[in-house]
Each structure stands twice: as C-alpha cells, then as structure tokens.
Design a binder for this molecule. Structure first.
Ligand code: DC
Length: 230
C-alpha cells in the first residue's frame, strides 16, 4: 500500500515556501510544484504581448488563454522543475522584477486561476506532490493530508528577497523590494478570487527566528505524524 500524501504549503510572498517545498520533495522523493511560477509565466506572456499597460487588459488576456500553455521540465542541476511557456524555458525571465510587479493583477483574474487550478489538481491526482502557493490548502487541495501556512516578519522577508535578487545580478534597492512585497500581499489577500488565507486545518510555521534546518525538521516531523495516521 502506498502511503503517499499531498502537501500544501501556502503563505505570503518571500517566506521561503519554495525552499521548504523543494527540500521536502527531495527528502520524500515527491514532485515539487511551484504554482507561483505558473502565474508568473502567464504574466510574462501578458508583458510580451503588451497587455499590462497602462493597466492589465484582462479581457484580451482571457481571450488569449487557450493559446497559453504552461508546463514544467525537470532541471537536474537545480534539482527542481523549470517552468515552460508555450514550450520555451522561461524560469529565468519569470523571476525578473517586471514580472513581480505585474503578477498580482494577473493572478486575480478568475479565468486565469481556473485554468491553472485545474492543471494543478491534475498534477496532484496520483499524490506524492508538494505544492506551494497561496490557495493550495484552501482551493487546489482542500483535502491535502498536510497543510502548512508559512509566515515571517516583513523585514526578514524583504531582506531575503533582496539578497536573492542581488545574488542573481538584479540592480534593485531594498526599498523597491519592500514596496513590491507590500503591494503583492495587499492584492493577494484582498482579491475576490481565492484570496490568500490560512486554511483552518493548516499548521503554521513562522520562520522569522528559525533556521532552515529547524524548519525542515519541524515540517518533516509533521509529515511523519500525518503518514502514521493515514
Ligand atoms: O510565490 P510567488 O511570489 O512566485 O507568486 C507570484 C504571485 O502569484 C503572487 O504574488 C500571487 C500569485 N499566486 C497566486 O495567486 N496563487 C498561487 N497559488 C501562487 C501564486
């Protein structure tokens, strides 16, 4: 009997959700899916087709949705999957600040969410998935065996994202990063469609004062606990 489970990880931007999800998937030999990358890929499409200025042309974007294919391809070096937009690897482009600055309005479009949620649910049918995002425990996998909600202080999150972007060679200031995180949190939590919220049965990790190792050990102990009950 297989005792594979689905693990849903939700939380604010730059809380280290993907880091934890990747580590858990590696340890358990599960598939890691970064759903933020999927919303980012559609945002990149919108940017490439001039659909974001002066504000998002959601009508046109909805019309284009049948032409947009989002998929993943395993990257051995990274030990994680890269996101593909219509067959092209866009993992690098989707991390640019321009995408971060435009992603929340795109992710607030009902039809965009419907398309991606369906895709995500398909990916989890066979279990053995660690998925991170904003609505995984509430909408995508409301029956996930383990739900984790992650949070950290605003200062720590901004500093982490700033360091990450700097490391990748982005020319950016801490203030710009803080502004972007604040705006995204606001849109992500107040939007009508599947806003970010903690599932009632989620276990919370505030990693402001936790090391990566502590956080991983804690989450792994929850996985073991849940699997023993399954
Ligand atoms: O996790 P991230 O920062 O890469 O996500 C980018 C944006 O996508 C984020 O601002 C909100 C949105 N998102 C979402 O609405 N639902 C998800 N499941 C994942 C991300």
């Amino acid at each position: 009997m297989s005792s594979r489970i689905n693990i849903a990880i939700d939380g604010y931007s730059s809380c280290g959700k993907s880091t934890l999800a990747r580590e858990l998937a590696k340890e358990l030999d599960y598939v890691f899916i970064d759903t933020g990358a999927m919303y980012r890929a559609i945002t990149l499409y919108a940017l490439q087709h001039n659909l974001t200025k002066p504000e998002l042309n959601s009508k046109k974007l909805i019309e284009c949705l049948p032409e947009i294919e989002v998929s993943f391809e395993y990257n051995k070096t990274r030990g994680a999957s890269d996101v593909l937009l219509n067959g092209k690897n866009v993992e690098k482009e989707i991390r640019q600040m321009e995408v971060s600055n435009n992603v929340s309005p795109v992710a607030a479009v009902k039809e965009v969410r419907k398309k991606l949620v369906e895709l995500q649910q398909k990916m989890g049918e066979q279990k053995g998935v660690v998925m991170d995002g904003r609505d995984i425990g509430t909408v995508v996998f409301p029956d996930a065996e383990l739900k984790i909600f992650m949070t950290a202080s605003d200062e720590i999150r901004a500093q982490r994202r700033f360091n990450e972007l700097k490391e990748k060679g982005n020319n950016i200031t801490l203030v710009e990063v803080q502004k972007n995180l604040k705006e995204r949190d606001h849109i992500d939590t107040t939007r009508v469609e599947d806003p970010l919220r903690q599932a009632e049965d989620a276990r919370v990790i505030d990693n402001s004062d936790l090391t990566r190792e502590n956080q991983f050990e804690l989450a792994l102990s929850w996985v073991e606990e849940v699997k023993a009950l399954a």
